[in-house]
Design a binder for this molecule. Sequence first.
Ligand code: FPP
Length: 244
Amino acid sequence: MSDVKMPDHVGIIMDGNGRWAKARMLPRVLGHNAGMEAMKRIVKASSKIGVKYLTVYAFSTENWKRSTEEINGIFKLIVKYVNSELKELDENNVKINIMGEYDMLPEDSVEAIDKMVETLKDNDGLIFNIALNYGGRDEILKGVKSLYKECIKDGRDIDTLTENDLSRYLYSGSCNLDIPDPDLIIRTSGEVRMSNFLTWQSAYSELIFTDTLWPDFTEEEYGKLLLEFSKRKRRFGGREQEDK
Ligand code: FPP
């Protein structure tokens, strides 16, 4: 893949776990478990291929509307993930960053996440962002409030504010990891919408929607979608070089 233009940052909306389980007459949480296995595959593939940043949508601010059983099932999976994967993530030099207010999760999940983040903090390979209790609008609103407070404190003229000023207060800008905007966002399961994922950061992302349900998503399909991305002509509102 060396001569192919790779995305530095890939975002994934891991959708379709529920339908995958329903098709097999299994409880939804087993669909999420299969989704976690798919996530492991794609984290490993991302490290191997040389993607620098991977951001997955694991739990949205809207997902609290689901049944307690399903929500607790997802939170338990996080503990399971840390227990089974931490060693290998470390061996693969992966660093983890959480986007979202994860301190609202149950105590054992918060402890597992903190342990994972702390253990991997000095790694400098793939930066794996997990969006947990994340909502794009919520992120922007929190950022605006913080920036407003900063302006009041420093007596700064609001008319001097730039997009970069707000970016500094988003999860992607406030973690000292220089996370660039996603080049590519993939959504599985045939749904064609963004669902409050990286609302600010996705302004110029390339989008790819696939019908595959997330638990069935393979490294092979990932490779194909990265190849599809490499053929896209990105203009960022300007004109292509050859048009000029
Ligand atoms: C969307 O599918 C998926 C989720 C809301 C949860 C995704 C969570 C995982 C893949 C596990 C994450 C694990 C860790 C350790 C972070 P859906 O339930 O909306 O599917 P449906 O649209 O078919 O019902």
